[in-house]
Design a protein around this ligand. Structure first.
Ligand code: FMN
Length: 351
């Protein structure tokens, strides 16, 4: 797949997607301020390259939850991959595995979690959980995930109610038997979050109490995704979370939040020595990854670009997008005199 430039890839993906699928992928909440500012915040940071360093051998490896991974790159959880490719999450999983990249499978996936697990190679798979009110169903899912070899649960906490995205509300896809939330109880057809039935309804009522329960009940480490404040991040760890994902859900639910670049700069120092911190939202360049690491993130997650690759070339497209990020990261490290990930320290950035 030709991936000289992610903008060109997005255009190619858009041309292949049904308009409603593109709207679902691209949309941000309300005025799409956070959607744009996530990207702009990374671009706005200025690098202070070091010169005359030996950059012939670059080591991008990093330890993530105790496992050495080849790069600090992961695939973010995004739902409904059969909107983008007939193989759905199975192709995404194969592409991530080929790139050696951890894949966080979404609750709203369209492929059975056991079939996704069958694509796993050396890189781990994690499962993103929306906490729904029926405890017995959550427990059954946890047990299936553990049996299928998933190695972490990622509890998403930033969308107890869906946000409002005008772009997606105008272009709603019709419910279809192919697009089911197949890992959810009853395997319901995916429905739009903009249906009047959902307005104001707390769909995922997790609180600190549920987090504590999940940590006790899950044989897998529990991570929390969607944290934007240091006090919340510290509380997550006090309640047993093993890591925190700094995220505003790609700007899809609450608009005009702090950017994830600003939030990770606040949160990473607060969790130093206590828990790992990852960040997502608007990562589009190798330099963005390097900046995130310099701010204290252990790794980044990639959302929409992985979907663009999936749409254009299935598993190969996902692998190529992830390789593209890895190659750009290596180049950014070479051009800034950063031979190892540990050398990506805050002084790499202008204050
Ligand atoms: C189409 C789409 C669906 C998503 N679905 C979920 C989801 O089900 N659960 C979740 O925690 N995050 C979800 N996200 C958010 C991503 O995990 C991630 O936070 C975000 O996409 C990162 O920003 P980026 O797309 O700019 O890289 C979704 C994002 C997109 C684009």
């Amino acid at each position: 797949m030709d991936c000289v430039d992610l903008d060109a890839l997005e255009h190619a993906a858009r041309a292949k997607m049904a308009p409603a699928s593109y709207a679902f992928c691209a949309c941000g909440a309300d005025d799409e301020i956070s959607l744009g500012e996530n990207i702009g915040a990374w671009r706005g940071l200025r690098l202070r390259p070091r010169v005359l360093r030996d950059v012939t051998a670059i080591d991008t490896s990093v330890s993530i939850l105790g496992q050495t991974m080849p790069t600090p790159i992961m695939v973010a959880p995004t739902g409904r991959h059969k909107l983008f490719h007939p193989e759905g999450e199975r192709a995404t999983a194969r592409g991530a595995a080929a790139a050696g990249v951890p894949y966080v499978v979404a609750s709203n996936s369209n492929v059975l979690l056991e079939e996704v697990a069958a694509e796993r190679k050396s890189a781990p798979q994690w499962f993103q959980l929306y906490y729904w009110p029926k405890v017995a169903e959550v427990e059954a899912l946890i047990d299936r995930l553990a049996a299928a070899g998933f190695s972490a649960l990622v509890l998403t906490v930033d969308a107890p109610v869906p946000g409002w995205a005008p772009v997606a509300a105008r272009e709603q896809h019709e419910p279809s038997p192919d697009i089911r939330n197949i890992n959810m109880p009853g395997q319901p057809m995916a429905r739009t979050a903009y249906h009047p039935d959902f307005v104001g309804k707390v769909m995922y009522p997790a609180t600190w109490r549920e987090l504590e329960w999940l940590v006790k009940r899950s044989p897998m480490p529990v991570l929390v995704k969607g944290v934007l404040r240091a006090d919340d991040a510290v509380a997550c760890v006090e309640h047993g979370a093993k890591a925190v994902i700094v995220s505003n859900h790609g700007g899809r639910h609450l608009d005009t939040t702090v950017t994830t670049a600003a939030a990770v700069a606040e949160i990473a120092p607060a969790l130093k020595g206590k828990a790992e911190v990852y960040v997502d939202g608007g990562i589009r360049r190798g330099t963005d990854i390097l900046k995130a690491l310099a701010l204290g993130a252990r790794a980044v997650l990639i959302g929409r670009p992985a979907i663009w690759g999936l749409t254009v070339s299935g598993a190969e497209g996902v692998r190529d997008v992830l390789d593209h990020f890895r190659i750009e990261l290596i180049r950014a490290m070479q051009l800034t005199g950063t031979a190892r990930i540990a050398d990506a320290t805050p002084d790499l950035l202008a204050r």
